[in-house]
Design a protein. Structure first.
Length: 552
């Protein structure tokens, strides 16, 4: 069957099972939008291309499927850059499809021309500039395969306008063969045996679980593994929910704002089993002081992560699921009583706490959200203090329930990612936890929420500051608050202007009542919560410090 390039694109997306895209039209992508007019694919018109990229990202994280976004050439495409970088840093499968000027105009500084493949090369897993409509179907199938296999990540396809308009024969490609791309799925037998011997001989084993556990869908295997060897578990920010947050063996999040039990346990363990993590600097602190007594077993699908930041004893390059299955078969059941007594003592001695005596505390807001949702909501955050409080005080017992920008730390991620998560999981309660700074980075997406009546709840922890920056200024710059105090709009009136219900909470006495009102409301709600202005996130590891030397 002969179709236009644009029709081929839409047809192959349909044949791949895509039912949702996020995007923003424009001149160079117009043929694609014309073809979309006749498709059953649901398109969500965001109010900024960055919003489309983050929505596709949130959709992917919540569903485990590939998120898709469209944008036009030039500024439309460049507006995707932050969203693609966010997905790249957190290993999220997103396919971005951009329009481009006609092939005859490439390289001539044409109207709305930008070299988007060149621009995004460092922040995509792969990208394409398609110059032949006959190659479109194969390219799209390859892009989806690359995005979701191995270490997931974003892929961009740039399609010139004349390629979208030209005609070619369509056949769905049944095979993908990429000679230079063959992810290793199963670790070598020798390395597995070394890891098993090391774990069996350990007296103080500890598991460090990351986003790779969630991406692989390996949460049940991780639980079985931890319970077989009775090893305590700590998690990275991206790993939250990969192991039940209320399990007795769980010690909490590791790193700069991790729990004291987690950070102390890493410093005392003799074998650290790292599962799908990249040893980010926010986790390790001073690398020389990280896990000083431990031999490290590192499971990762990406060989480039092995020995990149931390030297390891045994590398297991392969899929987390396959690797854990092999370890579970080989390790002996054990119960290191002395070690467990020590870590359980840490949990008892150092619970997460805060001063509850004065004012409405942001931690109390998160605790109340956890209580009234029964821990069953999908929590999507922006970046800042509120992000850390959500990670600390909401227990995540299932994977894909905590969605946040970890690697890039993108303010403005939360609202559009929450839209994507709610679209992906309409049966789930989705709550965006944001700050008064972050929410204004992409607040235009409230119109997307209103236009499609997406029932996401937006909780703004409003302290009138860029809170995390202010905290650093307080602790490390003698309270010189240089340009961190915010003058904000009335967020309730802003919500009303978009046709969204708005609530305000100023006192703890009506916190639970108002939050329940928001949660039980059928449509979208914005809740402006005025919290203690100078509350800090603790514990905290000073930048460059050892993770066992915390403040607070």
């Amino acid at each position: 069957m002969e179709l236009t390039g644009a029709q081929i694109l839409i047809k192959v997306l349909e044949d791949l099972g895509v039912d949702t895209v996020f995007g923003y039209p424009g001149g160079a992508v117009l043929p694609i939008y014309d073809a979309l007019y006749d498709s059953k694919i649901t398109h969500y018109l965001t109010r900024h291309e960055q919003g489309a990229a983050h929505a596709a990202d949130g959709y992917a994280r919540a569903s485990g499927k590939v998120g898709v976004c469209f944008a036009t050439s030039g500024p439309g495409a460049t507006n995707l850059v932050t969203g693609l970088a966010t997905a790249y840093m957190d290993s999220v499968p997103v396919v971005a499809i951009t329009g481009q000027v006609a092939t005859s105009l490439l390289g001539r500084d044409s109207f709305q021309e930008a070299d988007i493949t060149g621009i995004t090369m460092p922040i995509t897993k792969h990208n394409y500039l398609v110059k032949d409509p006959g190659e479109l179907a194969q390219t799209v199938v390859e892009a989806f395969y690359i995005a979701r296999t191995g270490r997931p990540g974003p892929v961009l396809i740039d399609i010139p306008k004349d390629v979208s308009a030209a005609r070619a024969r369509y056949e769905f490609p049944e095979k993908v063969e990429l000679p230079g791309y063959k992810p290793v799925l199963t670790p070598g037998e020798e390395e597995v045996n070394k890891a098993i011997a090391l774990i069996n001989s350990s007296e103080r084993p500890l598991i460090f679980s990351g986003g790779g556990t969630v991406n692989a869908g390996a949460e049940q295997l991780l639980l079985a593994f931890a319970e077989k060897i009775n090893a305590p578990v700590v998690a990275s920010l991206m790993g939250l929910g990969g192991f039940p947050g209320d399990h007795p063996l769980f010690l909490g999040m590791l790193g700069m704002h991790g729990t004291k039990p987690a950070n102390y346990a890493v410093s005392e363990c003799d074998v650290l089993i790292a599962v799908g993590v990249r040893f980010d600097d926010r986790v390790t602190g001073d690398v020389k002081s990280f896990a000083p007594n431990a031999k490290i077993v590192h499971i990762d699908i990406d060989p480039a992560e092995i020995n990149k930041n931390v030297l390891v004893e045994v590398p297991l390059v392969g899929d987390v699921k396959n690797s854990l299955e092999l370890l579970i078969k080989g390790v002996k059941e054990k119960k290191p009583e002395k070690w467990l007594k020590y870590v359980f003592g840490l949990k008892e001695k150092y619970p997460l706490t805060y001063n509850r005596e004065c004012g409405l505390k942001p931690q109390k807001v998160i605790e109340t959200l956890y209580k009234i949702t029964g821990g069953e909501a999908i929590i999507v955050t922006d970046v800042g203090q509120h992000q850390m409080w959500a990670a600390q005080f909401y227990k995540f017992n299932k994977p894909r329930r905590f969605i946040s920008s970890g690697g890039l730390g993108t303010m403005g991620f939360g609202l559009p990612a929450g839209i994507g998560a709610q679209v992906a999981r309409p049966e789930q309660q989705v709550i965006v936890v944001s700050g008064d700074g972050s929410i204004q980075m992409n607040s235009q997406e409230l119109m997307t929420v209103a236009a499609y009546n997406i029932p996401v709840k937006v909780i703004i922890l409003n302290n009138g500051y860029l809170g995390m920056v202010r905290q650093w200024q307080e602790l490390f710059h003698q309270r010189r608050y240089s340009h961190t105090e915010l003058k904000n709009p009335d967020f309730v009136k802003l919500a009303d202007a978009y046709g969204i219900r708005g609530l305000r909470i100023k006192k703890e006495e009506n916190l639970e009542e108002k939050l329940l009102e928001a949660i039980n409301y059928a449509g979208p709600v914005v809740v402006d919560v005025w919290v203690d202005r100078e509350e800090n996130v603790f514990p905290m590891v000073p930048p460059g410090g050892a993770i066992h030397k915390m403040i607070g």
